[in-house]
Write a protein that binds this ligand. Structure first.
Ligand code: SAH
Ligand code: SF4
Length: 363
């Protein structure tokens, strides 16, 4: 066995790689297949064959921020804007529950119309339907996060986007990397299941910084990690950029699975957008979550973070049924529970008995 294969074998067993080792694995192409296969085995061992589906509700495309990479940026004046009323959001979540979703993800631009009181009212209502509630609404104060949690929010998705502070602050004018990290720390402290993640292929991003991203997810003890290629949008300052590479994004994701073996890792829509069946490939390379869109068709076109978003013209019923068929064809099952992170590895590491049937599901 050569040195690289030995390194991978060890990573599969002890879930550790140094920054240099990560850089080495990310740089070449020769070991890609081995990396994807190792991540698939680790996924199977720690989170099993179930794929957890989360119903995504994109409830407002209005954003006060100006991230250079994103089509929803305030500076994009050509985009028709919309926001759903609390009643509409609640109605979509109820439908989602009827389709079989046990988790809904409420995502939007940073839109101040949704005050803390409004969000808390929505969250409380959704908890009545027995849903796990995940929020993805950007940077807020610790007090706001505490209020959402108090109202019943279970999870929060906030990508670090890149751990390269200079790059982050260049691409996200007016935003501070330190504040983003403060948000993630607050969310952890408040007991949320925290989803982090990054964009792959930002202009000026280095392989070493991608290695740092993976190590950051581990130091944060992220419960979920969403990795997606950056896809340039015509109406943004990065319209001429090259954009992310599918296989490199897949590899960052697979290496994340090796280092965070029991985390929940989505097969992201951006991966599906770059490559047909990209989501299925991701599910065979470490991912165990899919987040189908359950928003109304008329709004999906307007929630244009990036162009050509996969699934923009499929109804929620069609896309769910087709996805379930494909998953079964791959020997996977659709998760029936909430699909919260089970922390099997963390417990194993702590030297305690493997919990087996003792499942922690949030109520
Ligand atoms: N406003 C919130 C949530 C919506 S944006 C926030 O920023 O956290 C959700 C994610 O879309 C971002 O975290 C970013 O990683 C991703 N995104 C934005 N523009 C993108 C692009 N051009 N290509 C791929 N992903 C993009
Ligand atoms: Fe707004 Fe999020 Fe897009 Fe940044 S990434 S412009 S915060 S929607």
């Amino acid at each position: 066995m050569n040195a690289m294969s030995a390194l991978l074998r060890r990573a599969e067993q002890i879930h550790d790689l140094s920054r240099d080792e990560l850089v080495c694995l990310l740089s070449g192409r020769e070991y890609d297949r081995e990396i994807f296969a190792a991540a698939d085995r680790v996924r199977r061992k720690y989170v099993g064959d179930e794929v957890h589906l989360r119903g995504l509700i994109e409830f407002s495309n209005i954003c006060r921020r100006n991230c250079f990479y994103c089509g929803l940026r305030a500076g994009n004046r050509g985009l028709g804007r919309y926001r759903l009323t609390p009643e509409e959001i609640i109605g979509l979540a109820r439908k989602g529950r009827e389709y079989g979703y046990r988790t809904v993800v409420l995502q939007s631009g940073e839109d101040d119309y949704y005050t803390v009181a409004k969000m808390c009212q929505i969250i409380r209502e959704l908890k009545q339907y027995g849903l796990a509630v995940a929020l993805s609404i950007g940077e807020k104060s610790g007090a706001d996060y505490a209020a959402f949690r108090e109202a019943g929010a279970d999870r929060y998705l906030l990508r670090i986007e890149t751990t390269d502070r200079r790059l982050y602050e260049d691409l996200d004018p007016g935003m501070s990397h330190e504040n983003r990290k403060r948000c993630l720390r607050d969310l952890k402290r408040l007991g949320y299941e925290v989803g982090c993640g990054s964009l792959v292929g930002l202009p000026g991003q280095t392989i070493a910084s991608l290695a740092d991203d993976i190590l950051y997810f581990r130091s944060l003890e992220a419960d979920m990690v969403g990795i997606g290629p950056f896809i340039p949008h015509m109406d943004t300052p990065l319209k001429g950029a090259q954009g992310g590479d599918f296989l490199l994004s897949l590899k960052v994701m697979a290496l994340t699975r090796l280092l965070l073996p029991d985390s929940n890792i989505p097969a992201t829509t951006a991966m599906e957008t770059l490559r047909r069946e990209g989501r299925l490939l991701a599910l065979q390379s470490g991912a165990n979550v899919v987040m189908p869109n359950i928003s109304e068709l008329q709004y999906r076109r307007l929630y244009a973070l990036y162009p050509g978003k996969a699934g923009a013209d499929e109804s929620p019923e069609e896309s769910r049924a087709e996805l379930c068929r494909k998953l079964e064809g791959m020997g996977r099952t659709v998760g029936k529970g909430y699909g919260s992170r089970q922390k099997l590895y963390a417990r194993e590491k702590a030297g305690r008995r493997r919990p087996g049937a003792a499942r922690r599901e949030n109520s």
